[in-house]
Design a protein around this ligand. Structure first.
Ligand SMILES: Cc1ncc(COP(=O)(O)O)c(C=O)c1O
Length: 468
């Protein structure tokens, strides 16, 4: 065998002689270098500057005639993307349901990439197939759907789409979807993709959660031939409101309908002794979505769809001679092909299982509690500032508020903070007014970080008012 002398290989020879540990070390070093070059939660500058930096790193382009070699390509682009990243691990980055992933989950995800198992057939993922069954059974148990089934998905959007497809196909006749006016937009889009009529928007009550009495009235008025499919949200994207699950569950079961609980955000409280009662009633659901890339601290994607009844997945079942021949199944070679809209499907379950075992329920619950407690602190600080106005008391870990200077000041200060590379603050609208949002998903962030972030908001508002 010929010795490979570092630095002397051609790209083709490097390809043959790839050394994963060395490349991982290089990648981690490039990540650190990129992060240091950024020096804040997000790259300073306008979008055009970020585009110019990416193009500079690409040099002669993304598909050169002759490759630059593994090390140069890896180090250069990892450093460039890290330098231009919005970093959810930085406490000044608190806009979205975008979590800093746990290092143990990242390490497990690397193993999943290296193993490249594919869950569409047993002979591409023997152990991972078993592991996914164990994980969905455990999570179904946590949600009170004992004996239920499930699958890992690309996220809340994919879970809701799949759940509504199962609900549609389980109904003998026409279905009608109901969701609160604050439900995630993916519900309406799923209805469109599934060829269902427009979603009936159930009004919100004072607490910004679905008004169960209004749902009852809508269900009473609906034609008897229609099967209601109700999407209850356990943790809305902005305010974190939780629809009244026990009352909704009763109404849906009395109407012979299907209840899907979108717990993409709020599902994390199931891990917490202090907060799991917020989701009481979830056990009445026919299907539930959880996103472990939100409260769960997984690298995306780690969506989970759970169903009360394993048979609910029947509409997705397919027999493919090359993947799940009947005689293989008869010989006890299981196949998860019929649980997913995807065919090739990576083993996202590995990072999830590693995390569940590493932290345990109580460990994850403690992280959820830390973030929710921090939201309580942030809300109190907002209330103590005469120039800020809180939209509502936080339910989970998001805090929605606005500067009293008006829409243009709120919109402008957020872009100013982005442009200066100082902070990533969320933006939304409530009752037609621009609001700001902190979505606190970083368990390492402290009250002092929240103070610093709100100080930045106040300073940016002063600068905006001074500039106008
Ligand atoms: C309540 C809710 N449901 C669904 C989704 C969609 O999740 P994903 O981005 O994982 O598709 C979100 C995203 O924020 C959400 O907040």
């Amino acid at each position: 065998m010929t010795a490979v002398i570092p630095g002397t290989t051609t790209p083709a020879a490097e390809q043959a002689g790839s050394d994963l540990p060395a490349l991982v070390a290089l990648s981690l070093a490039a990540l650190a270098a990129g992060r240091a070059a950024r020096g804040g939660p997000v790259p300073a500058g306008e979008p055009a500057q970020v585009a110019a930096d990416v193009d500079a790193a690409l040099g002669e382009g993304v598909l050169p005639e002759v490759g630059s070699g593994e090390r140069a390509a890896l180090a250069g682009l990892v450093a460039a993307v890290a330098a231009g990243a919005a970093d959810p691990a930085d406490p000044m980055c608190a806009a979205h349901l975008h979590c800093p992933p746990l290092p143990v989950a990242v390490a497990a995800d690397l193993a999943a990439s290296a193993l490249n198992q594919s869950l569409d057939s047993w002979d591409q993922a023997p152990a991972a197939t078993v592991l996914e069954e164990r994980v969905v059974a455990a999570l179904a148990g946590l949600a009170g759907l004992r004996g239920g089934s499930g699958v890992l998905t690309t996220g809340g959007t994919g879970s809701t789409y799949t759940a509504l497809l199962l609900a549609r196909d389980a109904a003998a006749g026409p279905v009608r979807l109901y969701a609160s006016a604050a439900a995630h937009f993916s519900v309406e889009r799923a209805a469109h993709l599934l060829g269902l009529p427009r979603v009936v928007a159930v009004p919100l009550g004072e607490d910004q959660a679905m008004d169960a009495a209004a749902l009852a009235a809508l269900l009473r008025a609906a034609p008897a031939t229609e099967r209601p499919v109700v999407v209850a949200t356990a943790g809305t994207t902005d305010l974190g409101s939780i629809d009244p699950l026990p009352a909704i569950g009763q109404l849906v079961s009395a109407a012979g309908g299907w209840l899907h609980v979108d717990a993409a955000y709020g599902g994390g409280v199931l891990f917490s002794d202090r907060r799991r009662s917020l989701l009481a009633g979830i056990e009445r659901a026919d299907s539930v979505s959880l996103d472990l890339h939100k409260f769960g601290w997984q690298p995306a994607a780690a969506g989970v769809l759970l169903t009360r009844d394993a048979a609910a997945f029947a509409p997705l079942a397919r027999r493919a001679a090359y993947l799940n021949p009947a005689d293989d199944e008869a010989a006890d070679y299981p196949s998860l092909l019929g649980r997913s809209l995807r065919t090739t499907r990576r083993a996202d379950v590995l990072k999830v299982a590693v995390t569940l075992r590493a932290l345990g329920r109580s460990g994850l619950g403690a992280l959820v509690d830390t973030c929710c407690d921090l939201a309580g602190y942030a809300a109190a600080r907002v209330c103590s500032e005469p120039l800020l106005e809180l939209a509502a008391d936080p339910v989970l870990s998001s805090v929605v508020f606005r500067h009293r200077g008006g829409d243009a000041v709120n919109a402008g200060l957020r872009r100013r903070l982005l442009r200066e590379g100082r902070a990533v603050v969320g933006r939304t609208e409530l009752a037609g007014q621009v609001f700001l949002k902190l979505t606190l998903l970083n368990p390492a962030a402290t009250p002092a970080d929240v103070d610093a972030l709100l100080d930045l908001v106040l300073a940016a508002a002063r600068a905006e008012e001074g500039a106008s």
